[in-house]
Each structure stands twice: as C-alpha cells, then as structure tokens.
Design a protein around this ligand. Sequence first.
Ligand SMILES: Cc1cc2nc3c(=O)[nH]c(=O)nc-3n(C[C@H](O)[C@H](O)[C@H](O)COP(=O)(O)OP(=O)(O)OC[C@H]3O[C@@H](n4cnc5c(N)ncnc54)[C@H](O)[C@@H]3O)c2cc1C
Length: 289
Amino acid sequence: MTGTLDIPGFRPYHAKVVGKTVLSSSFVRIYFGSDEFYRLGTDGFDQRIKILLPLSGERWGDPHLFDPESIAKGLWYQQWKALDNANRNPVRTYTIRSANPRQRLLSVDFVLHEHPGPAGLFAQQCCIGDNVVIIGPDAFSRHSALGIDFLPGTAHHLLLMGDETAVPAIAASMECLKRTRWKGSGNVIIEVPRADDASLLCSMVTPRRFHVAALDREHHEERGSQLRIRLRALIEKGKLSETRDDLYVWLAGESSVVRSLRRLLVTDLGLSRERIVFTGYWRQGTEEM
Ligand SMILES: Cc1cc2nc3c(=O)[nH]c(=O)nc-3n(C[C@H](O)[C@H](O)[C@H](O)COP(=O)(O)OP(=O)(O)OC[C@H]3O[C@@H](n4cnc5c(N)ncnc54)[C@H](O)[C@@H]3O)c2cc1C
C-alpha cells in the first residue's frame, strides 16, 4: 500500500474482543476485531500499539477521539493529556503479535502478572464482545512503521533478550525475519515465570541459524538473574566476541534488568552502545501511566 505523507502514522481503531486463548500459565492471547482494521499497518517486528481500556460502565472519556479532524491531525494523545483524571481512559503499551487486515483481525499476547493494573485485569477478565480502542499503525500513512525499534540494519548477527513481556515482540520479529529469508545467525534468550511458559517457546518460529534459550525462574527468586547468567556465560566463552563488530542487540523487559544487561554488554563484552537498542517495557512497582 502506498502511504501518504500527511496522514499520521497512528490512528484510533474501535475494536472488540473476538477471541481469547490461554497459551500457558502466564500468557493469554486476545484477538481483536474491527471493521476499521482493513487499513491496519502490518510492518511487523516489535511494532508497538497503545490500548485504551474502558472506564467503568464501558465509558470513553474523550468525546472527540473519533472526530475526523482529530484523526487527520493525530491528536489522540494531546486530547487524552488534556482530560481530567476521571475521564482519562487507562492506556497501556502492547505489541502486535499478529495482524490480518483482510480478516480485520489483530492479536495481542498479554502477560498475566502478579499485580495486574487495568491491562492485566482486562486480559484476565475480558469476554467476547468487550470494547477497547487500539491506537495502532495506519497502512495509509508513510509513517506506519513508527513504533518499531528492531532495526538491525546491515548486521549479520543478532542477540535478542528479554523477559515475558518481550516474548510477543521477539516472536513477531523472528517470524518477520523468517518471512523475509534473513540470512544471518542469532541468539534469543528469554526468561519467563514458569516451565510451561518456557515449553511454549520451544515451538517459536525462527530463521535457520538461530538458537533459542527459554529459561524459567520457577526456582530462581531474582528476576533477570537467569538472563544475566546466560549472557555472562556467552561472553566468557567468547561466543559473542567473534561477531562483535557485526552484532546487533535488542533488549526489552523490566527496566532495571534491561539496564543491567546493557551494562554487561558494554563493559564486559566491549560492545559499542550504538549496537544495542534497549527498552524498559515496564518498571517494578510503577504503573505505566
Ligand atoms: C513497547 C512495549 C511493548 C510491550 N508489549 C507487551 C506485550 O506484548 N505483552 C505484555 O504483556 N506486555 C507488554 N508490554 C508491557 C506492558 O505495557 C506492561 O506490563 C504494563 O505495565 C501492564 O499494564 P497493567 O495495567 O497490567 O499494569 P500497570 O498498571 O502498568 O502496573 C501495575 C503494577 O504491576 C507491575 N507490573 C506491570 N507489568 C508487569 C509485569 N509484566 N510483570 C510483573 N509486574 C508488572 C507494575 O510495576 C505495577 O506495580 C509492553 C511495553 C512496552 C513499552
């Protein structure tokens, strides 16, 4: 689809829950349907979206969210910020796990976590027919790939690491690389809460020369420790040094864990900072907005 420069990269979509599948102890996949998804962007990889969740009574606080002028100028966030607290729908950031504009469908894999806020509760409790607003990419815009951080450029070796919240982005990125017959090699290291979450990842689709390590923390109290141990081992065995000048690293998950992994790569491996993209997907003890 040919995009147009003056259409904002993201737009709001009315969407309804049309399906829900429990994948494992910590993951539930929710399918959203919308007649407007015919124009949903499908650039893929770690494409982020925002989900606006209903206020009690299925209420939407912004009466102008779907005004043509608001959509044409991409004003949803400005308008949301200007609302008083009682009228602000909770908004959370998620990843498109799969998008199918022909079928007017989009899926998101939600982590069921211990202290759920509005999004975690919605994932647990939602039923077919429940409404959300998805602020997602617009295929009619030239900027539809806004919100993709996975940009390996010409690198031939990849390292992707993260916790359970990074799983949808990593899985979607792997599928995109395979689809585009990407020729390099890589490692994926993921830490998830339970053994059955890790088993789920054994069937992850990847390009041919990829190794996936799915680690669970069932017997390890400290979040992120498995990731650090595995990364240190790779560095100490020299597994990353040969490819260091052609390596691209993508890190996501709990903020302090991600920072600690980046530190290891910079100080112990001597990797240049430009070769690492890192994003705190959530912060222990802090709600997103
Ligand atoms: C670019 C991006 C992409 C993301 N993609 C996904 C995705 O595809 N799937 C997904 O599940 N998450 C994803 N996340 C993370 C998700 O946005 C957060 O986990 C979010 O805070 C959950 O919202 P909530 O309303 O349940 O909790 P909040 O109200 O934000 O927080 C409530 C409490 O729960 C804690 N908390 C939040 N998330 C977690 C967690 N995962 N585990 C343990 N404690 C937590 C907070 O520290 C806080 O104490 C993504 C984040 C970003 C920035």
